[in-house]
Design a protein around this ligand. Structure first.
Ligand code: FCB
Length: 486
């Protein structure tokens, strides 16, 4: 079976040569080691609901994940984020850990229900106090804060008014963004509006495996549009308020399949990638996506002028990359609920090695994705805002040996380096995740951290991957030989 990575049917596949520009300035360090450009940003990422805990402290309101995780059967073993990594109380210890690893950047998310407990209405100053302390602590340790304003924890009060299917929520999001900027704007350079709107819309409102757990294709398309509108409104308001750099983070993946699967590849690529890239960076929806949305509830929610709002100048595109999607053509196959319009498309299980999530390990997918983005959306800088892997880590003699994670990270960084050498304007890499944490519907069963968390005691143990990452950061590059076989 010949695999083809394609962006747009009919266009040549992306190769290093086709994307080469004069931008890529990487080095071969001493002895031919892959070295990254000066100023390359090394960091780690987390998200509020996954690590903070303190779910009802200091005036925090309820979020859709507080509600959803309490619905029996929605999260493995009934786990919730009530305590999580207790980062709300232990942030200072966590910042010291980051400093010890040499991180230059820390991507975290701000919990909307801490800042505006009912989503609109008065600001809760105590909620902002937490992020104020965190940002000061990070800066005192030389770590640049990279806040994301929405990582899926919508205030429940807004969901009760329709959630992201309601246009009004986009405006409430922009108001909240400004409230956060008012408090932190003097110390933040880079603001990210949304994390993975595809997941928020299509897993939250389409397949229902994420909060709020609705299962309606029409609701998913409406939610996606209103998320994009919220991004545009917030980006514009942040810019007016003086934000230096604005980013949007998307979950992006090459869609791969056999030669006769071109229509299946194009459909999934449209829904997953172009549905968000094109409005945000080009100011238009792809025709094939509009056609599918029109068949699933219509297009009334897209109003004149929306696309001008959505397309805001962006300094950075945040890329969360875990694995490609493998599809083939399978007449008679029903649509995947997370991908309305995919009747006749089969999502194929991975053939090669996988992580504990059963996600395929495919570093080449990162390289081709970065090159495609450079080719198709050349104006925006790129930042890997998430990449990493869950494995079944165990503590032995007080240590956590995780050679598979080291191999995963090393291989993806080599792929990123190759993309930079071929011209991709990649500015940095943030590993997912700093800490083992609440992995959404999987609860605490999936460990993505480079730092192990013993959830019974809240003890943190840097895994061998964390120590390896510290070395990579220290030399701004990889070691001579690949770590893949360790
Ligand atoms: C991404 C999410 C992040 C984490 C990783 C594994 O989709 O943004 O919160 O769950 O997957």
């Amino acid at each position: 079976m010949s695999a083809t990575t394609t962006a747009h049917p009919g266009e040549p596949p992306v190769t290093a040569a086709s994307a080469r520009t004069t931008r890529g300035e990487t080095d071969e360090g001493p002895g031919g080691r892959p070295a990254f450009p000066d100023g390359f940003v090394w960091g780690a990422a987390t998200a509020a609901y996954q690590i903070e805990g303190a779910w009802d402290e200091d005036g925090r309101g309820c979020s859709i994940w507080d509600s959803f995780s309490r619905v029996p059967g929605k999260v493995a073993d009934g786990h919730t984020g009530d305590v999580a990594c207790d980062h709300y109380h232990r942030y200072s210890e966590d910042v010291r850990l980051m400093a010890g690893l040499g991180l230059a950047a820390y991507r975290f998310s701000v919990a909307w229900p801490r800042v505006r407990p009912t989503g609109s209405g008065p600001v809760n100053p105590h909620g902002l106090d937490f992020y104020d302390r965190l940002v000061d602590d990070l800066l005192a340790h030389g770590i640049a804060p990279y806040p994301t304003l929405y990582h899926w924890d919508l205030p429940q009060a807004l969901e009760d008014c329709g959630g992201w299917t309601s246009r009004d929520v986009a405006y409430r999001f922009a108001d909240y963004a400004v409230a956060v900027h008012d408090r932190l704007g003097d110390r933040i350079r880079t603001w990210t509006t949304l994390n993975e709107p595809w997941v928020a819309a299509f897993l939250g409102y389409g397949s229902g495996v994420h909060a709020p757990g609705r299962q309606s294709p029409a609701a998913a398309f409406r939610a996606a549009h209103h998320l994009l509108l919220g991004h545009g409104l917030a980006a514009s308001a942040l810019r007016t308020a003086g934000a230096a750099e604005i980013a949007l983070t998307l979950n992006l993946a090459p869609v791969i399949g056999p030669g006769d699967a071109a229509p299946a590849i194009a459909t999934v690529d449209g829904l997953l990638n172009r549905q968000f890239l094109d409005p945000a960076l080009r100011g238009s929806y792809p025709g094939d996506v509009l056609e599918i949305a029109a068949r699933h509830g219509g297009l009334d929610h897209i109003r004149d002028g929306d696309l001008e709002i959505i397309r805001q100048p962006l300094e950075l595109l945040g890329i969360n990359y875990y694995n490609p999607s493998f599809v083939s053509s399978a007449p008679g196959e029903p649509a995947n609920p997370a991908f309305p319009g995919t009747e006749g498309v089969r999502f194929d299980p991975p053939a090669g090695p996988t992580t504990a999530m059963d996600w395929p390990i495919d570093p080449a997918g990162l390289e081709s994705l970065l090159l495609r983005l450079s080719r198709d959306y050349p104006e925006v800088g790129l930042l890997v805002t998430e990449n990493g892997a869950a494995f079944d880590d165990v503590v032995q003699d007080g240590r956590v040996s995780d050679p598979e994670r080291v191999g995963y990270l090393d291989a993806h960084l080599r792929a990123a380096h190759a993309a930079i050498s071929a011209g991709a304007d990649l500015r940095g890499y943030l590993v997912w995740s700093l800490l083992d944490n609440f992995e959404w519907a999987y609860g605490y069963h999936k460990r993505f951290g480079i730092v192990y968390v013993d959830f019974a005691t809240q003890r943190r143990i840097p895994k061998e991957s964390a120590l390896w990452y510290r070395e990579v950061i220290g030399r701004n590059g990889l070691s001579y030989g690949s770590q893949g076989d360790r």
